[in-house]
Unconditional design. Structure first.
Length: 125
């Protein structure tokens, strides 16, 4: 059984779910508990050292992840680097790549540029 832990501020799209299943054999997706998700999604920019903020997330992974599990990590750059370094010897850190599709549409007599992002693949850190 392959599991993907999600250190990610969004819900996975259907394309991402299918890709994880196909590319890595993932059959279970594990979101952070709400209290940890709140931390991950709101890393304060004023804080100089964010390592203490990530301790509970690290503990959650230590207690729940097993060697070979996959972790999708996207968010605050410093938090991403810290978590990739923390897990890279026992879990597989990945991130999602996207393709931007831009369109110009007329709305209320104005031209508005709209960007749509489509999942392409997961890439290993």
């Amino acid at each position: 059984m392959k599991r993907m832990f999600l250190l990610f501020s969004h819900k996975l799209t259907d394309e991402q779910i299918e890709d994880a299943k196909k590319s890595f054999g993932v059959d279970e997706f594990i979101y952070l508990p709400q209290n940890l998700q709140e931390i991950w999604s709101n890393i304060p920019p004023e804080v100089e050292d964010i390592k203490p903020l990530l301790e509970d997330i690290k503990q959650f992974l230590k207690e729940n992840a097993k060697t070979g599990d996959i972790v999708l990590i996207q968010g605050d750059f410093g938090a991403v680097v810290e978590m990739v370094e923390f897990i890279r010897f026992w879990l597989l850190p990945v991130y999602a790549t996207t393709k931007r599709i831009s369109k110009e549409i007329e709305k209320d007599g104005k031209i508005v540029k709209v960007s749509e992002f489509r999942h392409v693949r997961f890439r290993k850190y």
